[in-house]
Design a protein around this ligand. Structure first.
Ligand code: CTP
Length: 402
């Protein structure tokens, strides 16, 4: 999955011949699952039509503050368009538009949108070779980068004038890769390995029966997705669950029992930077597993249970550089119990859910947590969706390891 999937991309088009390539750009963004809107300078419409771009982007294309042909004359708010975008790409960026951007000129919708946009802004210059090396162009390029905009450098090759040299707009595929790589390199968990356990474990009684629990795996999966979205390489070790995850940064390993989870977790732990134990691991397993299905009898049946290995505690006992996070699901003396688990299992932080809070716990789509750090500072959070809770948890970890 691309980092651009689900993102809102604003494409600004200015009047250069490379504007004809923006049709491909829009298609490539859409293919990656991005939502695309286009703003154009009036002059760029000589190079590519708004109809082509609105058809491809499935969104209206604007080039003026008012749609003059629209009798209702709807105001195209540059502020709204700018705030809508997660990323703003200006391609092609002509010498004229770059000069105006560098000097705060604001005489069209695209420039007004540029001035009010708060998101990261990329620009892909395109012009003839002598224009590209002209000192005034260089000055604009330097200024724009000093302002925090990101240049996607022009390449060398045959130019529309017939001359050969630097000034060609980067190819659409290369523009996309550039933006993806740039976003990835700035993600806070880029280069980090994160181990996450999720779901319940099933402890076999006989070949058809088991002892399990109601854990849905939702919380652990949401954490895995969030960590991956922030650039981490995630190893997700999960017990039986219906949850799905489709992210190229997530390596999912399915297990059934606590013993299998223990083995897989220890296969990976040495190599990771962060481990988060969100699984509801069974505390007990049948002492003996029957080889054949246990037959019904009239008398009562007693199954002797033996404790499982505490996976989290075993990690706390061997951890070196790893940041180790546990979960505590409590019904009474919540804070006190969670704090004692931090000490007992040698954790860096614990995420406490109280079953006394409405909307917290296994099956719900929401959760209410308190994060306690190893210095026993408590940070309570509101009731939120599990996706939002996952963001809070990962955010706290990112801030702690910085
Ligand atoms: N955990 C684990 N292995 C186990 C049991 C629990 O890794 N065999 C982890 C869970 O993933 C969770 C944390 O330990 O992160 C807390 O689990 P919990 O069952 O609440 O704690 P216990 O130590 O079992 O204590 P108690 O049952 O008294 O609450």
């Amino acid at each position: 999955m691309s980092v651009l999937s689900g993102k809102k991309i604003l494409l600004g088009i200015t009047a250069g011949i490379a504007a004809y390539k923006t049709a491909s750009l829009v298609r490539l963004f859409i293919k990656l699952g991005a939502d695309v809107k286009v703003v154009m300078t009036p002059a760029s419409k000589d190079f590519i039509t708004p109809l082509t771009l609105s058809t491809l982007s499935k969104n209206p294309v604007h080039s003026t503050f008012f749609d003059v042909e629209d009798e209702n004359e709807i105001w195209n708010s540059h502020v709204d368009i700018g705030l809508w975008a997660d990323y703003f790409l200006i391609a092609p960026a002509t010498a004229n538009t770059m000069s105006k951007m560098a000097n705060g000129t604001c005489d069209n919708l695209l420039l007004a949108t540029y001035l009010s946009a708060k998101c990261p802004i990329y620009f892909a210059p395109a012009m003839d070779l002598d224009m590209y090396i002209h000192p005034s162009t260089k000055e604009s390029l330097d200024k724009l980068q000093d302002f925090g905009n990101i240049i996607i450098p022009a390449t060398s090759g045959e130019l529309a004038s017939g001359l050969v040299g630097e000034g060609r707009m980067a190819e659409p595929e290369d523009i996309l890769s550039f933006i993806e790589n740039d976003i990835l390199s700035k993600l806070p968990l880029r280069g980090k390995k994160v181990l996450i356990t999720a779901g319940p474990t099933y402890e076999a009684i006989d070949p058809v029966r088991f002892i399990g629990n109601h854990s849905s795996g939702k919380m652990g999966f949401a954490i895995a997705k969030e960590a991956a979205n922030l650039g981490a390489e995630v190893i997700l070790i999960t017990g039986p669950t219906h949850q799905q995850i489709n992210h190229s940064f997530v390596n999912r390993i399915d297990v059934i029992s606590a013993d299998q989870m223990y083995t897989e977790v220890h296969n990976y732990f040495n190599d990771v930077d962060i481990a988060i134990s969100a699984a509801a691991v069974a505390d007990y397993k049948p002492k003996n597993v029957a080889n054949q299905k246990i037959k019904k009898k009239d008398s009562s049946l007693t199954i002797e249970l033996a404790p499982t290995k505490d996976i989290l505690a075993s990690l706390g006992a061997i951890k070196k550089h790893q940041f180790l996070v546990g979960f505590a699901l409590e019904t009474n003396n919540e804070i006190e119990n969670a704090k004692s688990k931090i000490k007992r299992k040698n954790l860096d932080a614990i995420v406490l859910n109280s079953l006394q809070d409405k909307g917290a716990g296994f099956a719900a789509n929401t959760n209410k947590i308190t994060i306690i750090d190893k210095n026993l500072n408590e940070k309570p959070f509101e009731l939120k969706s599990k996706t939002a809770v996952a963001k809070d948890i990962i955010n706290e970890i990112v801030n702690s390891i910085r």
